[in-house]
Design a protein around this ligand. Structure first.
Ligand code: 13P
Length: 336
């Protein structure tokens, strides 16, 4: 094994260490700007920087967070005290990560479906991010459920891109977070979400193997298995956990860990589902890599108001603590 693969395995284990999870704060400039605007904050490079500073300087953050995913803009910015973001979070004992895909774009030939782009020039960008302190990376493939979707073409294209990205990351000494997201949008059943996610994962596993990606040096970031947000059903956390673990069982034991996205679930539901997931014995740790389920309450509590800065941090701290406690449950159950 090369020293880079040993390093990747160590970082992947650190990211999914018991009782810790990942904070996804890597919204693109456009997405972040619109979320700030909705919260009453004028979007600008500086307001985006200030908001990310609020997140990373939350007291006690490293008690429940092993890594933070940033976008390119933030990784090039500095905190008010002049320290670059990557350096500041490393000093807290948190690993900095970087979203390296350039977004899900309409896929020619597959109307209504997307292909995530960003492979062109990727090795040079990864080398740069490693040099400025990144320890891991993220790439998100997106699949939407409809009667005739996702198509096999979309599954094959996106699985191939994810695997090529993952191989490039490991060559650069960065741990790839592999994120095949089957969206909650739609009125599909939980069974349909399970079938689609299982097909997507099978293609991703096959492509990762063809690209010789070391599964012990990646973190899988899947959606939980739920019904669509337009469905009248509301599965219990136990039903979500059962269905999710059943799909994940196809992954070999050597996979370093699983860190779920929240996918637009209300924060409390995402936490309850993560708790229920810990009741299952699995060969890999199960934790969180939430974006909205962690940061939406913080953004709402702050609202760009200087006098409510601490409220924003308290809201983030409360949600991180709740999810870290959920992720710690299994270890506690095992040692009881
Ligand atoms: P959500 O938890 O809001 O789904 O975001 C996670 C993420 O990183 C999406 O790429």
């Amino acid at each position: 094994m090369t020293s880079r693969s040993t390093e990747c395995r160590q970082i992947a284990a650190q990211l999914t260490a018991p009782g810790k999870g990942i904070l996804a704060a890597d919204e693109s400039i456009a997405t972040m700007s619109s979320r700030l605007e909705q919260a009453g904050v004028t979007p600008s490079a500086d307001s985006r920087r200030m908001y990310r500073e609020l997140l990373v300087t939350t007291p006690g953050l490293s008690d429940g967070v092993s890594g933070i995913i940033f976008c390119d803009e933030t990784l090039g910015q500095v905190l008010s005290d002049g320290r670059p973001f990557a350096q500041a979070v490393r000093q807290l004992g948190i690993l900095p990560g970087i979203k390296v895909d350039t977004g899900a774009k309409p896929c020619p030939g597959l109307p209504g479906e997307t292909i995530t782009e960003g492979l062109d020039g990727l090795p040079a960008r990864l080398a740069h991010y490693a040099e400025i302190g990144a320890a891991f990376a993220k790439w998100r493939a997106v699949f939407t459920i409809a009667d005739d979707k996702p198509s096999w073409g979309s599954i094959a294209n996106n699985a191939n891109a994810l695997a090529r990205y993952a191989a490039a990351c490991q060559e650069a000494g960065l741990v790839p977070i592999v994120e095949p997201e089957v969206m909650m949008t739609g009125s599909h059943t939980i069974q349909r979400c399970a079938e689609v996610t299982a097909s997507v994962h099978a293609a991703v596993r096959q492509q990762l193997s063809l690209q010789h990606v070391d599964l012990a040096g990646i973190v899988l970031k899947p959606n939980m298995i739920t019904e669509g947000d337009g469905s009248p059903e509301r599965s219990t956390p136990e039903q979500v956990a059962d269905a999710t673990v059943q799909v994940l069982r196809a992954w070999p034991a050597e996979l370093a860990g699983v860190a779920f996205l929240s996918g637009g679930q209300p924060p409390e539901r995402a936490t309850a589902n993560l708790e229920a997931l810990q009741q299952h014995q699995t060969p890999w740790p199960l934790t969180f890599s939430f974006g909205r389920a962690l940061v939406s309450p913080a953004l709402a509590a702050w609202g760009g108001d200087e006098t409510r800065y601490a409220d924003g941090q308290t809201a983030l701290g409360v949600h991180v603590a709740a999810n870290a406690a959920a992720a710690r449950l299994r270890r506690d159950l095992q040692s009881a």
